[in-house]
Design a protein around this ligand. Sequence first.
Ligand SMILES: [Zn+2]
Length: 119
Amino acid sequence: MRNPFQTPMNDTPPARVLLEKLLDRVEAFALVHYLDAHGIPVSLSEPPLRSALGEIPFLETAAELFLDDPSRWNDARALIDRYRSGASAVRGTVWTCSECGERHEPEFGECWSCGRVRS
Ligand SMILES: [Zn+2]
């Protein structure tokens, strides 16, 4: 049986595919910046805020990281792996933007929030 969500080969490819769901918003934004800086077009979408009454299923509150160009899947996965392995290694220090106070991983040379170059 054919997967109803799969786009036939002769159709326009899907606009984007879900790379992963991230509960950590800081990591999600950092990954978007990291991938974008490496030429991988990604975007982030967050589920609409909903009432916090009762229990919300764990992943429902996650931000979703989409790959805008599905043909770059392998590149994107490799970069995410590299990002994660680099993030756990001691390599420089996390720095804080002097303009807006945003925190950044060592490999970033400028603030993804306001654009200020690391000083
Ligand atoms: Zn900033």
